[in-house]
Design a protein around this ligand. Sequence first.
Ligand SMILES: [Ca+2]
Ligand SMILES: [Ca+2]
Ligand SMILES: [Ca+2]
Ligand SMILES: [Ca+2]
Length: 328
Amino acid sequence: MVVRNGCVGQTDNFRLDSDDVYGPEFSLTGALPTTGAGAHPLDNFKKQESSMKTQLTILTLLAGLCVHANTTIDSANPYAYGANIGWINGYADGANGMVVGQDFCSGFMYSANCGWINLGDGSPVDGQAYSNIAGDCGVNHDGLGSLTGYAYGAAIGWINFEQTQGQPKVDLMTGEMSGYAWSASCGWINLAEIKTLSIDSGPDTDNDTIPDAWEYRRYGNLTWLSDSTDRDSDGVSDVDEYLADTDPVDVTEKLRITAFETANSANSVTWPAKSTRVYTLEHADVLDGSWNTAVTPFIPSSDQNVTQTVDSSSNRFYRVKASLPLEL
Ligand SMILES: [Ca+2]
Ligand SMILES: [Ca+2]
Ligand SMILES: [Ca+2]
Ligand SMILES: [Ca+2]
């Protein structure tokens, strides 16, 4: 396939063949680009809308071969930028755009200059993450915000999401991305202006509300964990263990307040926390169903016992809630 003229620095005889599994050899060279040089590339994007419509027609045919969720990308903050290829729209047409998942990404980004860029088909062979070997390629998410692996554009080849220099990342509190992806044919692509509104839970083929990837990672199959069981009999259902990302087959691990202390006229609350979840500490003076936020929601930097100092009330109830990122 011939590289489009829009990719500056490429000649029209550069070829990618269907058996080009890894694409051009990856190397990290050169300075990181700065955005916004020259005329505003968004203007350029709008001028090429007619070109995009043609591409959308083609994509409709491709989309029938695999199932994609709607994009998670904010339509108001959808753009990555490559100095050599201009803006790349993660929201795309709104139906086939980029999907940031708990374990892996899927869907497409769209470049007016370079066409559609595939982030993966949403069905890794092992159900957990793309292996990035033949037929199983895409961009993975480690659950902590870091993106790794390969996207692919028919016109520009492989785009490497790597954590050595580019360090592409999603802020799990805001959805804002940062860092760079690397294209051997087009250079660095800055992700800093893309924002995802949610983190997709991924496939749930056994319909038990527990994402299949989490079931595979925690137990290795889809049959043991379910929406009607508490497999380790710790009083927390498998579904609630997923919501708190605690081990569903370890009776000693579950979300609970493990210490409460009063010292120096302040109360402190301690609980075991995971770096994949958002925690909210709430208080109430009476148990009438209404709770107030005691500590601004946060994600701990690592799995750890968290202690939060709250107030000095001598007669108050506290509770801790775990939430999936961007689902408060
Ligand atoms: Ca499931
Ligand atoms: Ca299951
Ligand atoms: Ca349990
Ligand atoms: Ca447990």
